[in-house]
Each structure stands twice: as C-alpha cells, then as structure tokens.
Ligand binder design. Structure first.
Ligand SMILES: Nc1ncnc2c1ncn2[C@@H]1O[C@H](COP(=O)(O)OP(=O)(O)OP(=O)(O)O)[C@@H](O)[C@H]1O
Length: 602
C-alpha cells in the first residue's frame, strides 16, 4: 500500500486515497495537464481506453480532473498512490503542486517508486527536444575544411575571463564557466544582460557554444530550463516591413513545441521567465539605424513588430523580464551600460592554456616539442597564439605544411597576420591543386602552389571584396558562382555554410571562415586586380575614421600595443579597418605618401 508523509508530518498516517479526498479542491484547481496522467495510468494498467474516453467527454479541464480523481479512488489505494506519484515525477507539468508536495512532505512508497512515469507533458517534451537539438548543433567546432569537423570536446580549451565593473576596473578572473551565470561581478542588479566582450577571434562564439553544449548535457550549473540561441546578425537580415512576435521568434529560430494545443510551453515561459536563458552572439555584427533610447516599447510577447525591436526589448528587459541574457560583442562595441548586469572580458589563452591547446592539436610528444621550441623562439608568434583563432590557424597550417615539406619551420622573424593568412591560403590552395594533380613534385613549393591556385584565390578575393563593399557577409550560391567559383571550390576551406537559422531563406548560404580572413582576401583583391587604381584602394581608407589608438589583437604585429581602450576606434565598420591594416602591411609606404591623414599610422 502506498503511504504518504513521514512520522512527524501531519498527514503521516493518511492514505493516498484519503489524501485525494482531503486535497481535492487544490488538485482540481492546480492540475492543468490531464494527458500525462491518463497516459501513465493507462500504460501501467490502472485504467483502460474506455475510461479515457469517458474522461475526455467532460467539458472542462477541471471536470476532467474531478473524473480522474473519482476513477482512481474507485480503483483503490494503489492507483491513488501512483496517481500522486505521477504528479510528483512529471515535475514541470505540475510545477504548481510543488508547494503542496512540501506541505504533505511527500515520500513515495517503495512499490510506487518502481513504477516508471513517462513524462508526456508538452513542457518536458519541449525541454528535451531543445536539449537534443542544441546538443546536436554544438557538437562540432566549425573547422578548417568542411570535411574535417572537430568535436568541440576534443579541442575546447579554457580561456581567460576577466570580470570588469562599470568603470572598466578589473574584478578578477572567473574560474569556470558556471561562474558566468553566477553572482560574482554583478554591478547592476536591475539589469539582466551579461555582456561578454573581447577581440576578434578571441573565442566569444566558441564560449557560447560551449555553454550551450554543457547545458544540453545537463552539465551547466543552472536552473535554466529553456536555452534559446541567436546570432545577432540574423536580425539585420530582415526587411524593414518584416514583423514577428517574441513567441514566434523564439520558436521559429530554435524549435517548435510538438503537440501543445493549449500553448502550455509558452505560457510556462511567460510565467517563469527566470527559467529562460538567451544567448545573442555578435552584437557588433548588427546593423541598425535607431538608438536604444528611442526603442518603442513592446510589452506584449505576442505582439508582432520588427524583429530588431523584439531583440532590443528583450535585452532591455521590457519583454520577458526576469529572463537571463548573454550578449557578446567585439571589444569597443557601444552598449548602453544600463542594460549590462555584469561584464566579462575574454583575454584569450594564458601560456598554460596555450600549452593545453597545443597538446590537443599535437598529442604526440615529439611533434609537440618541435612546435613548442618554435613558439618559444618567437615571442611574436607566441603573442599571436594567445588569440585562439590565430593559434588554431597557426597549428593547423603548421601541421599541414610539416606533412608536406620536410623540416618545415614557422617564420622566426616578426610574424604578422598577413603571414598567418598567407600560410592558411597556401594550405587551402595546396589542397585543391594537389587533388587535381596540378602540381608536379618539383612545383610543390609555396610559389608553385600560389601560381597553380591563383585563379581560385583571385575568385575568392573578388568575392570577399564584393561582400565587403555591399556590407554583407553572407553569400548566395549564385553570388559565389558569379565570381568564378564552382561547388568544388566551396570544399577548400575559405568558405563555410551558414547555419539554417540565419533568416536568409531556405537555400544554403555561405560566409568566409572568419571576418578577418574576408578582410585579408579583400585587401588581396585590391592589390591583385590591375584594374583597381590607387584611388580605388584609398577609398577604403576614407570609409572610416582612423583613430590613433586601436584594440586590434594583432596590433603588436603591426608595431602597436594591444591594451584595451575606452573608445572604439573602428566604430561599426571594423572590417574595413582590417582590410586597411592588411593593405598597410603591404603598401604603407606608397599609400602614406598619397594620403596625409594616414600619417598617424606611422
Ligand atoms: N576556447 C577555445 N578553445 C579552442 N578553440 C577555440 C576557443 N575559442 C576559439 N577557438 C578557435 O578560434 C576560432 C574563432 O573563435 P570565435 O569564432 O569564437 O571567435 P570570436 O571571438 O567570436 O570572433 P569574432 O569576434 O570575430 O566573431 C574558433 O573557430 C576556434 O577554432
């Protein structure tokens, strides 16, 4: 027989049957989902299909619950005990009964514990679906080439996460990822957005990916039940006339609840916003014309408005107040401080992190020692490697080039990003030319590879410049092809497919592996194309005000310090600045002579 309550509890000796009579009112009032109860009672033989039919004939939910209570009570103590157990185990479906369970100090009898409860309520099913989808989407790190996806788990390495207060003073370093969501470093209790910032390639997106992946495996220490991820730039892809409600935005760009005719999932989200976590990646990629102060208020979660307004109202806490938001952006991006609850600055790999990361790339001790010696010999290279993106490129190219040339060594002089991207291009082009057998053995040297791959490189460079000029970083297949590339070229590695949720329609679209690579190739195009005049090149410098200070991570390579600054020297068109800097690295002498305001570069 099931017993409910413990010795000291007021209900200690009360049977389950009696408990249902005593608390009938609260149960009728609080039990909203009858399907989960009926499913479990039927599966375990306490009721039959005919019983279910009768219950379904009741006009209202409350009447259905009354009928179920009568039915299980007529079946005896065991059925009543199991009924209560279902309410207890299907946690989210009967969340309103938690205080009741505390009141009765619920302790299931042993026999009841052994009967399984399948959670068929839409909320639990939706949470499970979210976890599965997020787990699947975040399993791999976008890689070097499309054939070579790497498991996130195999390559992810911690980076330095520094907390800052609102005045930009350091509050120390976070020790683990759970602490991002914790109380440490919170300087504005009214705000709800955790702001993560850092230089290009420092690992902001990968950090979010790791958080999402941990959550999908229930390994993130949080009460969060719903995790919705967005990339900010998808909000710029909507037309001015597009409208969407918060509800549709969440479900359409993550996943839909199945079998939820009464909108239980969304109602739950509205009732318990503190169980929702959003991540918005790349605020710097957002193109918008209005400022946050004048954002029209959208208070209704079902009201349709422009998607950008939904985003802004979420970030401000005007919509779904109480939910947690993590927003990432590159260093220097202007965000209103009143919406920031705490600020974490990513500082890249420490020397110890770099060692761990190296060990993941080079598991063989011998190989690792060779790379280590080369890194130790070149402080510039080491400095560059503190940015995960660049260390990834350097290690990958090193591995590849070492397999091609005997005793390949990384350049030991002051290595620049230009060197790094040239190495990467060499690897990508080498792969294609090798595949086509275009290179004779004697030609498989750097010059030979570039010569054989020039047509393809020129095409990618043209595409990069085309995108930069039109301010778009996502390409359709037609745009890719119009620059002289074919489908096979897509496999080389310069481009990667964009995830399906980027609001760009149904067909596959592409982006460059990284914005800095696109900027490099655009600079390459300007230099390669004999039809582009010096004036054409200078146009790029006019696109943005160059500020004397800069936050670029690679500036040590350009002879500048890389300490963070208060101001954003690049405003919103950082990609142009990257292109300019690549151009400067090659043409600084000529260009400075022709353009007086660039003398500040000296
Ligand atoms: N913690 C990490 N562990 C291992 N690799 C990492 C890590 N962080 C970043 N990387 C590598 O660096 C690359 C760039 O990282 P990511 O895209 O997260 O940078 P980001 O800061 O978001 O850059 P951006 O501001 O340009 O969007 C990743 O594709 C990955 O290869």
């Amino acid at each position: 027989m099931g017993s409910v309550g413990k010795d000291s509890a007021p209900e200690a000796s009360v049977t389950s049957l009696r408990l249902l009579t005593l608390h009938r009112e609260i149960l009728v009032e609080q039990v909203k989902n009858t399907q989960c109860i009926l499913d479990n009672l039927r599966i375990n033989g306490y009721i039959c299909n005919e019983d279910i039919e009768i219950i379904h004939r009741a006009a209202t939910k409350a009447d259905q619950v009354r009928k179920i209570l009568e039915l299980v009570q007529s079946k005896g103590e065991e059925a009543c005990a199991y009924f209560i157990h279902i309410l207890h185990e299907a946690y989210d479906a009967y969340i309103d009964l938690r205080p009741w369970f505390n009141t009765i100090q619920y302790m299931p009898a042993d026999f009841v514990r052994e009967i399984p409860v399948i959670n068929t309520d839409p909320i639990s099913k939706y949470i499970e679906k979210l976890r599965q989808e997020l787990g699947r989407d975040t399993q791999f790190l976008t890689s070097y080439s499309q054939q070579e996806d790497t498991l996130l788990e195999e390559l992810y390495t911690d980076t330095q996460m520094e907390m800052m207060n609102d005045k930009g003073e350091s509050l120390g370093y976070l020790e683990n990822l759970d602490e991002i969501l914790g109380e440490q470093g919170v300087f504005n209790q009214q705000a709800e957005t955790i702001f993560i910032t850092g230089d290009a390639g420092v690992g902001k997106s990968v950090l979010l990916q790791k958080l999402q992946n941990l959550w999908s495996k229930r390994e993130l220490n949080t009460e969060t039940k719903f995790f919705f991820k967005f990339r900010c730039r998808m909000f710029s892809a909507f037309k001015d006339t597009d409208k969407i409600s918060m509800k549709d935005l969440i479900f359409k760009y993550n996943c839909y609840p199945d079998g939820d005719p009464d909108s239980e999932v969304f109602n739950y989200i509205l009732r318990f916003p503190q169980t929702v976590l959003f991540t918005f990646d790349g605020y710097d990629e957002l193109q918008m014309d209005f400022d946050m102060d004048s954002v029209p208020e959208v208070v209704s979660p079902e009201e349709s408005t422009h998607p950008l307004l939904v985003l802004m109202n979420l970030l401000c806490g005007k919509l779904l107040r109480g939910s947690c938001k993590i927003l990432t952006a590159r260093t220097g991006t202007d965000i209103q401080s009143r919406i920031i609850q705490k600020k974490v600055v990513l500082r890249g790999f420490s020397p110890d992190h770099l060692k761990k990361y190296m060990a993941r790339h080079f598991p063989m001790q011998e190989q690792r020692a060779v790379v280590s010696v080369q890194l130790d010999a070149s402080p510039h290279l080491c400095g560059l490697c503190s940015i995960p993106l660049f260390s990834w490129i350097i290690f990958k190219t090193f591995k590849h080039l070492q397999s091609v040339y005997d005793n390949f060594e990384l350049p030991d002089s002051c290595i620049t990003l230009t060197n790094v991207f040239l190495l990467l291009s060499e690897v990508f082009l080498g792969r294609k030319t090798k595949k086509q057998g275009l290179l004779k053995r004697s030609m498989s040297c750097t010059a030979g590879i570039f010569k054989a791959g020039l047509k393809m490189l020129t095409a990618f460079a043209k595409l990069a410049l085309f995108g930069l000029e039109k301010g778009s970083f996502i390409y359709s297949l037609e745009e890719v092809m119009s620059c002289g590339l074919n489908e096979e070229d897509l496999q080389v590695g310069f481009l990667r497919p964009v995830s399906h949720y980027d609001a760009c329609g149904g067909t596959t679209t592409f982006e460059f592996l990284h914005l800095t690579l696109q900027a490099f190739l655009a600079a390459f195009s300007l230099v390669l194309d004999s039809y582009i005049t010096p004036e054409g090149i200078l146009r790029f410098f006019a696109k943005c005000e160059y500020n004397k200070t800069s936050h670029l991570p690679c500036l040590s390579c350009f002879g500048r310090s890389s300490h963070p600054r208060d101001t954003d020297p690049f405003q919103t068109n950082e990609h142009f600045q990257f292109t300019n800097l690549f151009l400067c690295a090659k043409h600084v002498a000529q260009i400075i002579e022709e353009c007086p305001h660039l003398k500040t570069l000296k």
